[in-house]
Design a protein around this ligand. Sequence first.
Ligand code: SAM
Length: 232
Amino acid sequence: MLEFSQFDRRRYPTVPVREGYREWLPSYETTVEDEMDVVLLAALERVPWASVERAADLGCGTGRTGAWLRQHGVARIDGIDLTPEMLAIARGRGIYERLAQADVAGTGLEGGTYDLVTTCLVDEHLRDLRPLYREGARLLRPGGIHVLVGYHPHFIMTTGIPTHFDRRTGEPVAIETYVHLLSDHVTAALAAGLSLGEMRERLVDDRWIALKPRWAPYRNHPVSFLMAWRKE
Ligand SMILES: C[S@@+](CC[C@H](N)C(=O)[O-])C[C@H]1O[C@@H](n2cnc3c(N)ncnc32)[C@H](O)[C@@H]1O
């Protein structure tokens, strides 16, 4: 893990995860772009969504990506998240079988029972990736897949932009962000007994620049990534 502060170009005030997401909540779903994660989920070839019986969505937030999974045929989803206010929105969607406030490092969910574990746009908030991958591997049945979508470390390091939102007053605030190299993911996942089945990277393209014109100088830089890890 690398400290974000050495890359920080914005110098926004920084708040811890739970405080940040509680405050971001009213505008969260209108500011997080599907281009970041949903586009990568849609491109994934290894996971036949409609044959997934049970999934665990770690850091499920408001259920944004959980809703996508349900629409694509995932039968049953449990979710956990650290922020109760995000969980309340997820609960209101009525798409999760079980929801609980927990850390991705220790979810309290039953081990060895899930076909799929998802972790979308969460890992940049974790100081250490290893407990996440260990917990994902514990939850999966043999042959199950852990799909992780993350904010790309290259983009964080190049742009110096942390995960952030604007307060009602307009003031930008960062949420505690860490930088994990792709090799950190590989090391942590291999140590947890997982093997890489598929990987994708989303580049800044015309669609992104239409959404965020200030990103034009970053055309063709990777902004997010997906890794699909299989439990042998
Ligand atoms: C950017 S949101 C992503 C939510 C959802 N996965 C999505 O794609 O919309 C990040 C979420 O991760 C949660 N989170 C961050 N660190 C966590 C941790 N250690 N354990 C559980 N949840 C965590 C936050 O509370 C927040 O809801």
